[in-house]
Design a protein around this ligand. Structure first.
Ligand code: CP
Length: 309
């Protein structure tokens, strides 16, 4: 590969399709490690990885910490709520303090868009963005891409429909950036109040407010959580109307390709953006996404930290 290896994974700027495909190929190797009785390799021995989470998480935090430990790194789990951030310490001062303890890499989640960039600037160490505001969640998009690829072998020519609260979704933005790089077409769908027009200018991305049109011919349908915590009201006519129109359920999926799979990044509002029947049904790959997340995050850590110096 001739393109320079990026130092960080903040979004997909500077990541070539070849490099991204290689990352997904390496996740196959990591899945093999995770299938062994002893799920441990020495790849990150001697390195210290800090998970710095300023916003709650289950999947991303647990899987990153496991991924780092599976590769023999030391892990510092920094939870902002139980730290001096609650006394008013700034993000910059927090990062400079942690960096004095000789961290080798940071995995950062924050409510503010751009926070991971700030950590990269003040730490000088590789940073993986584990979700910043509504801007980006690149490892979620990578595990989504990996899960679709696992199903179809290749993303080229695949139609991936993402339905729901696109406005507040960093997952939608990262998938809209990543999947077309890997050859897939992305359709973003939601009520007009939750569908930012500027996303329709991204290459390989189209927008529609019509869920049946969006799902027609789809190979994968991803439901997005209604992010009630980021809404100040006024986005929906009513919850009942939203559910009747945009819920991913068996009726809506009858428009998709035979064998189309269903994804959800989690956490789910069951029977709101996705019916419980579909979430637990044959098409669902939601548990598979969670399983794949650990392998994909091992691959990202390996790519950024091994053999760099
Ligand atoms: N998908 C996702 O980011 O889940 P968590 O918030 O639980 O990490």
């Amino acid at each position: 590969m001739t393109d320079p290896r990026p130092k960080h994974l903040l979004d997909f700027q500077g990541w070539s399709p070849e490099r991204l495909s290689g990352l997904l190929d390496n996740a196959d190797t990591m899945l093999n490690v995770l299938a062994r009785p002893v799920k441990k390799v020495p790849a990150l021995q001697g390195l210290t990885v800090c998970t710095a989470f300023f916003e709650n998480s289950t999947r991303t935090k647990v899987s990153f910490e496991l991924a780092a430990r599976r590769m023999s790194a030391d892990v510092v789990s920094f939870a902002a709520g139980a730290s001096s951030v609650s006394k008013g310490e700034s993000l910059r001062d927090t990062v400079e303090t942690l960096t004095a303890y000789k961290m080798d890499a940071y995995i950062v989640r924050h409510t503010a868009s751009g926070a991971a960039h700030l950590v990269a600037r003040y730490s000088g160490k590789p940073v993986i963005n584990a979700g910043d505001g509504r801007r980006a969640h690149p490892t979620q998009a990578l595990l989504d891409a990996y899960t679709i690829r696992q199903e179809y072998g290749d993303l080229r020519g695949k139609r991936v429909t993402i339905i729901g609260d696109v406005l507040h979704s960093r997952v939608a933005r990262s998938n809209a950036e990543l999947l077309p790089k890997l050859g897939a077409e992305v359709v973003l769908c939601g009520p007009a109040t939750l569908l930012p027009l500027e996303l329709g200018t991204m290459p390989g991305v189209t927008l529609t407010t019509d869920p049946r049109e969006a799902v027609r011919g789809a190979h994968a349908v991803m439901a997005l959580r209604l992010q009630n915590e980021r809404m100040q009201g006024g986005y929906l006519a009513s919850l009942a109307d939203y559910i009747a129109t945009y819920q991913v359920n068996e009726s809506l999926l009858s428009e998709a390709e035979d064998g189309a799979i269903v994804l959800h990044p989690g956490p789910m509002n069951r029977d709101v953006e996705i019916s419980g029947e579909v979430a637990d049904g044959e098409r669902s790959r939601i548990v598979k996404q969670v399983e794949n997340g650990q392998a994909v995050r091992m691959s990202v850590l390996y790519h950024l930290l091994v053999g760099r110096d």
